[in-house]
Design a protein around this ligand. Structure first.
Ligand code: NAD
Length: 419
């Protein structure tokens, strides 16, 4: 049964995926009910003095889906369209993701309903600090650790870390991840999600016998995840033929000059103004003929309306929830190899875990150690998922979900039910 408080298309998608996996693994009905329902959800109002002297009230959320395996962990999203149900869905995916890759966290997510690009830096800082103060009772290095997501960056994390530290009276770097290096951030965190996306894509290519120098890549979204993914794909020798952002797509069949494109976008300019390729629509981008398609923007981009037109061999889901349930069925029937989101984008939470461990221990690692440990954890998770999918004759998505859910179910079973 859908809990009305969380009803939203993305929450419905997360629950439908969970139901499919729970059915396939014959999960006990009591556990199904518990795992479908987020543990805690907080809605806060954020009155902010704008630069013109008026006061505007924004709405913020923090949802902790499950903390059976450890403190909950999840990003903070600043976007004008978010609501409680979408944040709850993203929190649920975090629970399965952390369990799948074996980092000792539960799942959480937060967000503020705002178009951050319309705020000045001062307004953004006031909004962030008020949000951090309002969710203060829920967060902390042993309770729930926020990180970056769509619309937030390392500066936003620094303000949250500072607000948290002001409340307790001393510096608590482990309160958030994705921070600047100067206050306890980790080397390699900013690129981590993109690097993980590349690691698992290369493993899938090896599995399918696809050669790197014959590989063409298309990336939807050119923010943190999309731009690092495109850069590292380019660095390892693949041809990135298409990218996009909110302004539309950019296409060059001979391969885009990614270093020049990055120089262009680092000033905040849209990819479509770079003159480095032909401007196309986002819809055209998704249906380009390519080896690997990497959605790295927002959810529900591949639907029953365009799934039949995709022309990739591998779909690496860098974004959370980019594929609807109906599209998933179409892609499976067409034999497209899907690396599901909870596996593909887990590099972010893996290196966030490294950041938190370094903060707690006050002992910092070299970048090559971080890259190597990330590759080790994410490729192990990839092969475990692949073996499980082959053994159970199921899809990579179902295998990843079933493994993650099983870890969480085991934690609940041994901990028992309080009181
Ligand atoms: P971001 O805000 O840095 O970038 C988002 C990008 O998507 C921007 O280039 C934006 O222009 C583009 N975009 C937005 N709407 C679009 C649309 N309709 N069509 C095409 N492009 C569009 O965000 P991010 O941190 O890169 O996150 C991207 C995705 O990856 C999200 O789904 C997020 O949840 C997921 N993710 C991020 C991390 C992380 O570490 N940042 C970790 C795991 C998963």
């Amino acid at each position: 049964m859908m809990i009305p408080e969380f009803d939203h298309p993305t929450f419905r998608l997360a629950v439908a995926q969970f139901d499919q996996a729970a059915e396939a693994m014959d999960l006990h009905p009591d556990l199904r009910e518990r795992l479908k329902t987020p543990q805690r959800a907080l809605t806060v109002s954020l009155p902010i003095r704008m630069d013109d002297g008026t006061v505007k009230v924004f709405i913020g959320y923090r949802v902790q889906h499950d903390s059976a395996r450890g403190p909950s962990k999840g990003g903070i999203r600043y976007h004008q369209d978010i609501n409680l149900g979408e944040i709850a869905a993203l929190a649920m995916w975090m629970t399965w993701k952390t369990a799948l890759v074996g980092v000792p966290y539960g799942g959480a997510k937060g967000g503020v309903k705002v178009n951050a690009s319309t705020l000045s830096m001062r307004e953004l800082e006031r909004l962030t600090r008020r949000y951090a103060a309002e969710i203060f009772p829920l967060i902390g290095p042993d309770k729930d650790i926020p990180a970056t997501d769509i619309g937030t960056n390392s500066q936003v994390m620094a303000w949250i870390m500072d607000t948290y530290s002001q409340q307790v009276g001393y510096a608590v770097p482990g309160a958030v991840t994705g921070k600047p290096l100067s206050i306890g951030g980790s080397l390699g965190r900013e690129e981590a999600t993109g690097r993980g996306v590349v690691n698992v894509t290369l493993e899938a290519m090896r599995h399918l016998g696809i050669e790197l120098d014959k590989t063409s890549v298309v990336v939807q979204g050119f923010g943190n995840v999309g731009s690092h993914t495109a850069r590292i794909m380019h660095e390892v020798g693949a041809k990135v033929i298409g990218v996009s952002d909110f302004s539309g797509g950019l296409y060059n069949p001979h391969g885009l000059d990614i270093p020049r494109l990055l120089q262009h976008t680092q000033h905040g300019l849209p990819v479509t103004e770079s003159r480095l390729g032909e401007v196309i629509t986002n819809e055209e981008l998704l249906t380009l003929d390519c080896t690997v398609l990497i959605p790295a923007a927002i959810s529900e981009q591949i639907t029953k309306h365009n799934a039949s037109n995709l022309r990739c061999r591998i779909l690496t889901e860098a974004a959370n929830g980019p594929t609807t349930i109906e599209a998933d069925d179409i892609l499976r029937d067409r034999g497209i190899f899907i690396i599901p989101d909870i596996l593909a984008n887990s590099g972010g939470v893996i290196v966030s875990y490294f950041e938190w461990v370094q903060d707690v221990q006050r002992f910092f690692w070299k970048e090559e150690d971080i890259r190597q440990r990330l590759r080790e954890i994410i490729t192990t998770a990839f092969h475990r998922t692949l073996l499980f999918a082959q053994a159970k004759k199921t899809t990579m998505r179902m295998a990843a979900l079933m493994h993650g859910i099983n870890q969480v179910a085991q934690a609940h079973t041994v901990r028992g039910l309080y009181p």
